[in-house]
Design a protein around this ligand. Structure first.
Ligand SMILES: N[C@@H](CCC[C@H](N)C(=O)O)C(=O)O
Length: 286
């Protein structure tokens, strides 16, 4: 059976997968907002649209935030999409490559049901311009950022999508929800930015709270895990093997010598189904 949508979550970071090979409606910004809305739609932290095959038979998929913007990469979204490909029998191999707007990633299923997945996420860069940020230093490490007349020391990084990491002695969801939106939309970040609040637990464990660009407060984020672990390692605060503790659960990160990052985390199928005809007729201004 083919369905209009499939819902998955990875540590509580939930995505709806829409397979263009199954549906004949077109996704647009308003429809994305409606589908992701937790009251008027199904509700999710984003939409994964694929698989899209190119002429070399490579698999590409698109990642949309709940505000309708397109993201370059998503560490949880990648695992959820890889699990969908396994569940729907698009893939028979244990490892394969997937293509995103933020570059290719390598997938490896670590168990028989694709509930535990390793992803080679590609390389991080701290280059201020490439991230992009407007900081004048070559690398956006330990830069001053003014928010509401307070100066915060931030470090920024890209793993295909942009991240701003703030080290704190103690973090909380309240801090993420109050400072997050102001940093996401700060003029120093021309493409907006994902924001993480980082607490070091020990040399191999960090705790983070996340405010995602285009999505808001989320329980977990794969690219945020890569970004915060890379910043913690770059600052000499941890080793290159790091467990990232998030409200939704843990992801394991390994940072290689060339700054490529491997991520291991789990993923769960939630539901699948069809939209009703009435759903598409709603006229709601979101
Ligand atoms: N949840 C994701 C990140 C999704 C994209 C992000 N909101 C952006 O706009 O870059 C993850 O698991 O990495």
């Amino acid at each position: 059976m083919k369905y209009d949508y499939y819902k998955y979550h990875a540590l509580g970071n939930d995505y709806i997968i829409i397979d263009p090979n199954n549906v004949n409606f077109k996704l647009n910004k308003d429809l994305i907002k409606l589908i992701c809305h937790r009251n008027y739609g199904i509700g999710s932290d984003g939409i994964l649209f694929g698989p899209i095959f190119n002429d070399k038979n490579e698999i590409y998929f698109k990642i949309f935030n709940p505000d309708g913007s397109e993201a370059e990469k998503s560490g949880n979204g990648i695992r959820e999409f890889a699990k969908y490909l396994f569940d729907e029998k698009y893939i028979n191999e244990k490892s394969f490559k997937l293509h995103t707007l933020g570059g290719p990633v390598n997938i490896e299923y670590l168990d028989n049901n694709a509930n535990l997945i390793k992803v080679d996420m590609g390389k991080v860069t701290f280059d201020s311009k490439l991230i992009p940020t407007k900081f004048s230093t070559k690398e956006a490490i330990n830069c001053p950022l003014e928010i509401n007349n307070n100066i915060y020391n931030v470090s920024c990084v890209s793993i295909g999508n942009p991240h701003c990491v703030i080290l704190m002695d103690e973090i909380s969801s309240q801090i993420a929800q109050s400072l997050g939106p102001m940093i996401e939309n700060n003029k120093m970040f021309p493409n907006k930015i994902n924001v993480q609040f980082l607490q070091i637990l020990d040399k191999n464990n960090i705790k983070i709270e996340i405010w995602e660009r285009g999505a808001g407060y989320t329980l977990a984020s794969g690219t945020s895990s890569c970004a915060t672990a890379s910043v913690a390692y770059k600052l000499g605060l941890t080793t290159n093997d790091i467990n990232v503790h998030m409200p939704g659960g843990n992801i394991n990160i390994h940072i290689n010598n060339d700054w490529s990052v491997n991520l291991i985390g789990n993923v769960t199928s939630v539901a699948y189904g069809n939209f009703s005809k009435e759903f598409f007729l709603q006229k709601i201004n979101l």
